[in-house]
Design a protein around this ligand. Sequence first.
Ligand code: FE2
Ligand code: FE2
Length: 137
Amino acid sequence: MAIEWNASLSVGIEEIDNQHKELFRQINELIHACHQGRGVEAVGEVLSFLDSYIRLHFRTEENLMLKYDFPEFQAHRLQHQEFMANLAEVRRRFSEEGPGVHIVVITNRILAGWLNTHIRRSDKIFGAHVESLKKAQ
Ligand SMILES: [Fe+2]
Ligand SMILES: [Fe+2]
């Protein structure tokens, strides 16, 4: 059930790949914490940690995109904002209903699923852009 990072998700930029690995680790930790029936405080801590880490990750990617003049920067940034809205939805449900199976379900559906698709469809395009610049040098 846990979603793991694997080599097919590599975008070819080590810093980004490492952050993606950490994000999957944190999402799995969140799911694990809910399954274990850990309390509101413990699960809330994992959610806050995920929230600040994802902000760091998006900032890292967006700064690299500006640095490498990525033509799809604006559209990509909108996708990041969409993820932040999804995460806010998970946090809202959590504050209303507390930790439990419903958090596991929506975390899998709207966080893990989104991240997987976004890396495959969008982050990889940026990775290819950086790669093509390096080859052109
Ligand atoms: Fe990413
Ligand atoms: Fe991204």
